[in-house]
Structure formats: C-alpha cells, structure tokens
Design a binder for this molecule. Structure first.
Ligand SMILES: Nc1ncnc2c1ncn2[C@@H]1O[C@H](COP(=O)(O)OP(=O)(O)OP(=O)(O)O)[C@@H](O)[C@H]1O
Ligand SMILES: [Mg+2]
Length: 519
C-alpha cells in the first residue's frame, strides 16, 4: 500500500514526504527507489489544514471545519523519514546507506512482514525475544545477548517507566540459556523475583544478602563505612592501627572494642612508648580521650552495621553462583557501604573472569557473566570519585576480552559519568522527559538523533528505543511485561493502604468491645 510520496530531500538519509494518512512515529516503511529499495523510520509526523489555519474567531473555526470536511485536498500530513539502509543490506545484517539522494516523487509504501522478521527476529541462538516491534506487534523484537555481555548495556529512563522490568526480561533470557548474571539490588526491587522458562520450569535465581567482611577492607575503607568523619584524622589513625591487627579475627567487633578500651585506659599494647616529659604526657592523654570517643563511634557502628559488616564470613563472593541469576540484596547498606560492597563484588567477579581466561579453574565464574548496577547515578557519578566508579570504568574498558558485561541502569543519565556511559555498546532508552537527560544520551550514542531524543518524552511505560550493537538497526519496541502480577515496582496506592488500615482498626475496636463485654 502506498503511504506517501517523497517531496523534499535534505540529504541522502533524511527525506520529507507528503503522506496519505498520519503515520505513527517509529513506523518502518519502504522507500521504493529504482536502484535499491530502502528501509526508513518515521521520525516526525505533522498534520495541517489550510482551511483551519490563520483563524481569528470561533465562528470562523466552526465554518472552516465544514469546509475542511468537504474538501479532499485540505488536509496535509507531512512526515520526515530517516533512511536506515538498503533492504538487501539489512537482510544480510550489514546496513549500507544509498550513495545518492532519493528523487522527489519516489513512492513510500508499507514494508512486508517477512522482511521485518529477517531484520528484527533473527533465528540464531544468540538472539532473544524481549518484546515486539512497537508499531507492528506481530513481529518479535529480539536482541543479541552476546553483544551485551561483551560490549555492555545502558538502560535509561525516568523513574517508573520499566527499566527494572527490562532487566528482569534480560535475566529471564540469560537464565533460559543457563547463563550467569549478578544484579546489585540497592532498593530491593528484585526481592521476590522468580523466573520461569517456556516449559514453566524454574530458572535458577540465587537471592543473597550483600555483605562486607573486615577481611576484604583496608583500614581506610573500614573507617569510611563506620562513618568516622574525614576531619577526625587522629581517631582514624588509632582505628587503622588496631584494625590492621585484628581484621582476620572472627570476634572482630569484641576485639576492636577491647583494644580501644585498653588504649582509652592507657594500657593499650598499641600505645606508643611514652617518652618522659609533660608534652608526651599531654599527647598520651589526648590519645586516650580520642580512643574513648572512637569507642563510642565503634559501639554505635556495631549496633547499626553488624548485620552487613560480618566478620564470620570468609569471603562474601562465595555465596554467588555460576549459571544462576544472583540477586545481591543491598537494602541494608548505606550509600558508602553500598559503594564499597559493590566495588568489591565487581572487582572479584572481574578477577575471576581474568583468572578464568588465563586457564585457572579455581574460580566461581568460569563462564561469561552479566553484572547489573541499578541506581548507577549513585555509584558511577559525574564529578565524584567513588570506588565503584574506578572499577566500573576499568571493567567497561577491559572486560570485553574476558567476557564480563556491565549493565548500567539509571533514572538520571546526565548524572552518570560520561566516560563509563560512552563505553556502553548498546542502549535501551525508555520514556525520558528531562531535556538534560535526553541530551546526555544524544551526546553519547551517535545513533540517537536529536529528533529521536526529543520524542523520548512521548513514549509510554514499557516502550523503548534500542540502539547500538545488540540490535541490527535502531528499533522501537514494546518490552514484554515480565513483572506482571508480581506487584513488582508498582506504585503504592496510598488511598488503598489507608482504607485497608481503617478496616483493620475498625475490626480491632469491635473486638475490643466484645472483650469488654466478656469481662
Ligand atoms: N513493558 C512493560 N509493559 C507494561 N507495563 C510495564 C512494563 N514495564 C514496566 N511496567 C510497569 O511499570 C511499573 C514500573 O516498572 P519498573 O519498576 O520496571 O520501572 P523502573 O523504570 O525500574 O522504575 P524506577 O526508576 O523507580 O526503578 C511496574 O508496575 C510495571 O508493571
Ligand atoms: Mg527500577
């Protein structure tokens, strides 16, 4: 079916057409060039009416509507289309653009579904269905799993638009292939996650509480995660001195307190030999006072953090499993602890992959793995040197050779470090309204044109624009709703919750009345 005629050609890849009817954004069309048929993507779609323009009063508007209704020539639908490549080249998976501009008068028509299937739903095993084409829902939209594991992925959108749902779809596809993923779950979004394959068999999901043990920390790191302020240098010195001696102990917290009490009382083994004289005596008194204050801080940290800083654990990474979807629950961590914990898990997983590549069999992750970092703007932040940013930057650059894919998930892409973002080989962008966030993606991925970035605000929940190495060409998709019926990530209805609690209170009070009568 003819959809329109080319009327204006600005350059070899951008054309303007007069359409028969309004065309939806993101629709794929054929450009019927004589030399080579091309595939095009609708990028903007406008409608106009000469009868209903330049109107200055309501009566005139009403009359113009009638004029416009009777005229077959009044309405116009102007559409811009970006040429993606010749149909033949796309079928072969190597998109090639035409070398000459399209001639005005060329017809635009619907594209055959068989061609769309070849391009968007390849049959080979590395391609996985994650949803369907947005404007042609009969066609499966597939992504190349190998590409995200070897060249990383960013999943970006404003809050509540379906990022975690997409991660879940990816986890399902990786799990179906007996693959390995680690999801660092800072907000307990995946606490209830269960996954099933097409035969309704359970996929291995390994729920683990993220932990830190003193053994894996430096003295500096320990001081940071128990909230010793940077200004308390002398307290930190005492802490580090003791820490280095007892970090391996299973009764770490008891030993730490006991050692501090000794220093506070002036009998600590780690106290420097006191030189005679009043200055040395004053120094000793200061040290004892500092140890006393430090003891209070340590006692508080032990009360608050002993569930996440656990000296009994040999090696926190030992609870991760190969050929599983590992959910690392980090809800109990504060931001600093999460940063240090996450960097530890990233680094040890990366070291495993490196050792495995060197032929070492004594590792957990013998095969490639996919590591998802939720809330990436918190841990890989522009302008702040976090531990995670350092190791994530390294992995983003080097892990390709070792089979470790990073997945950066964020609702504030403009706050994610550009160096790391620019290493991402693929992008899944869902609805995004903020101009600054749109610009940050537009600046990072050359396949997202300014026009496309502008349209990200008109996407609905679960609709995504996929670009980069994991698709053959930029693709607009509706992602499967994997989290349906699990209450996953859905907004809490305050009014529902309140009405339930009113009913509960009423029940209790009537029970109270019965109790009273019984008395
Ligand atoms: N593909 C989809 N189709 C239909 N509904 C979806 C889809 N993806 C997500 N939703 C719905 O949108 C809601 C939010 O999804 P999700 O938790 O994945 O968003 P998010 O982008 O991760 O949010 P946040 O930034 O707050 O973490 C969920 O209730 C989910 O059911
Ligand atoms: Mg989420």
């Amino acid at each position: 079916m003819i959809l329109g005629i080319v009327k204006d050609v600005t350059d070899p890849i951008n054309i303007k057409i007069q359409a028969k009817e309004p065309l939806p954004l993101g629709k794929y069309v054929t450009i019927e060039r004589d030399d080579d048929k091309c595939l095009g993507l609708v990028e903007t779609s406008l409608s106009s009416s000469s009868a209903i323009s330049n109107i200055t009063n309501f009566q005139e508007a009403l009359e113009s509507v009638e004029v416009s209704k009777d005229s077959t020539r009044d309405k116009g639908f102007e559409t811009t289309i970006r040429i993606i490549g010749t149909v033949e080249s796309l079928k072969n998976g190597r998109p090639t653009l035409p070398s000459t501009p399209t001639i005005p008068g060329t017809k635009i028509s619907d594209i055959e579904h068989d061609i769309l299937r070849i391009i968007f739903s390849p049959d080979s095993s590395e391609w996985s269905r994650i949803g369907n084409l947005l404007r042609t829902d009969e066609i499966d939209a597939k992504i190349n799993i190998d590409e995200i594991v070897s060249r990383h992925l960013a999943i970006l959108s404003m809050t509540g638009m379906g990022k975690s749902n997409f991660v879940t779809v990816l986890a399902r596809e990786i799990g179906k292939r007996n693959g390995t993923a680690i999801i660092f779950d800072y907000h307990n979004d995946y606490g209830q996650l269960e996954l099933f394959n097409e035969e309704n068999e359970k996929i291995n999901v390994n729920h683990v509480d993220a932990k830190i043990t003193p053994r894996i920390l430096s003295g500096d790191q320990f001081a940071q995660i128990i909230d010793i302020p940077k200004s308390a240098i002398h307290q930190a010195d005492i802490l580090i001195e003791i820490f280095e001696q007892i970090r391996e102990e299973t009764n770490f917290w008891e030993r730490l307190e006991a050692e501090l009490i000794l220093v506070r009382d002036g009998i600590g083994a780690v106290a420097p030999a006191a030189a005679p004289g009043p200055a040395a005596a004053a120094e000793q008194r200061d040290r004892q006072r500092r140890a006393g204050r430090l003891l209070t801080r340590v006692q508080r940290a032990r009360r608050l953090y002993s569930n996440v800083i656990d000296p009994l654990i040999e090696n926190p990474r030992d609870s991760l499993r190969q050929n599983s979807i590992n959910i690392l629950n980090a809800t109990n961590f504060n931001e600093k602890q999460a940063d240090i914990g996450l960097s530890y898990y990233l680094e040890t997983a990366f070291n495993d992959r490196k050792n495995s590549a060197l032929g070492n069999r004594d590792v957990i992750f013998q095969d490639p793995l996919f590591f998802v970092i939720e809330e990436a703007h918190t841990f890989i932040k522009v302008g702040s040197e976090t531990e995670t940013k350092f190791i994530a930057g390294k992995i983003a650059k080097e892990a390709r050779k070792f089979g470790m894919g990073l997945c950066i998930v964020s609702q504030r892409p403009s706050k994610v470090d550009e160096d790391v973002l620019s290493q991402m080989g693929s992008f899944a962008v869902l609805k995004m309204i903020q101009k600054r966030d749109q610009d940050s993606i537009f600046n990072t991925s050359e396949e997202i044109t300014e026009k496309m970035a502008g349209h990200l605000s008109s996407l609905n929940v679960g609709e995504a624009f996929l670009t980069g190495r994991f698709v053959k060409i930029p693709t607009l998709v509706k992602i499967d709703e994997e989290t349906k019926s699990k209450g996953f990530g859905s907004d809490i209805s305050a009014t529902n919750a309140w009405s339930k609690s009113v009913k509960m209170t009423k029940k209790e009070s009537s029970q109270e009345l019965i109790d009273k009568e019984d008395l």
